[in-house]
Design a binder for this molecule. Structure first.
Ligand code: AMP
Length: 273
């Protein structure tokens, strides 16, 4: 019998503003449990309790999912968020992002990238040369959706992250999201830090090195987080990319290399090679 495939998405708001969102690709037998987990997450968010929770479920059975690998992962310890952002800037510059685009993006993320300095629901799309924002809706941004891991890869990922002390939902979900973004083949780099005030870590993902995680990319207690995808300045039509990120079912079926931490100096050496 054909295996069932469902997309499940949750979006929670509080006082009309975005509070929390999450998505997964699951089989029919997992739907009820995952829906319960998503409701619990919306009600227990560290930024407040949801006043409105929307769960959407779409039956994608019969739709072919694209398959790929998770990116390599490495952590680069930094003393504080300033050092983290300096290191992230070097990585982005090494991926061909202009100083102007980096500065504009980090400013937007640290001030709240949605209108009114609020948190965006999704990611900014940024022209890597000019820093111009390209997402059609600056409050919603582009939400990467319809992504998941097959059961064996999900188990293997947890086992491999555990000895690194990284087996938590933030890392697992962000690694998967970065995997789909890199799999588009059209994103030069991604930067993200969480809007969870208790979680200061963030990452830069680039095709060459994968997911490079910094324990500090924002100050503890800051509720402003966000994500940006940098696009080549020659990409004049981002509609196909947006459609891939939002609508194409994508499953991770292999792990990348999960490396032990490296120092900032070692990261600089890698970039110079
Ligand atoms: P989180 O790591 O879940 O705290 O999310 C940090 C920021 O990333 C959020 O404020 C959103 O702007 C963005 N974001 C979260 N989930 C997605 C997604 N599925 N696709 C694109 N951007 C997202």
């Amino acid at each position: 019998m054909e295996e069932s495939l469902y997309s499940i998405r949750m979006h929670a708001t509080c006082l009309g503003d975005h509070l929390s969102g999450a998505e997964a690709l699951v089989s029919e037998s997992e739907l009820r449990a995952v829906a319960g987990d998503l409701v619990a997450r919306a009600l227990g968010h560290s930024r407040g309790k949801a006043q409105s929770i929307r769960i959407s479920i779409d039956d994608l059975t019969g739709t072919e999912a694209k398959k790929g690998s998770l990116p390599d992962l490495v952590t680069v310890p930094v003393d504080d968020y300033r050092e983290g952002r300096r290191a992230a800037t070097q990585l982005l510059a090494g991926a061909g992002i202009s100083d102007l685009a980096i500065t504009r993006t980090l400013d937007a993320l640290s001030q709240g990238a949605a209108p009114g300095h609020k948190a965006m629901r999704g990611a900014m799309l940024v022209n890597a040369a000019s820093g111009e924002r390209l997402e059609p809706d600056p409050a919603r941004g582009v939400r990467v959706s319809r992504l998941g891991l097959d059961a064996a890869t999900a188990d293997a990922l947890r086992c491999a992250l555990r000895p690194l002390g990284l087996d938590n939902a933030h890392v697992r979900e962000a690694l998967l999201l970065a995997a789909k973004v890199l799999a588009s083949g059209q994103v030069l780099a991604e930067i993200c830090w969480s809007d969870d005030p208790d979680y200061t870590a963030g990452y830069v993902a680039i095709p060459r090195l994968g997911y490079v995680r910094f324990p500090h990319l924002k100050p503890l207690g800051d509720v402003r987080g966000g994500r940006a995808f940098f696009l080549p300045s020659g990409l004049h039509d981002s509609a196909a990319l947006i459609s891939f990120l939002q609508d194409t079912p994508w499953l991770a079926v292999r792990l990348g290399r999960l490396n032990p931490p490296i120092s900032l100096e070692a990261l600089r050496d890698l970039l110079d090679r």
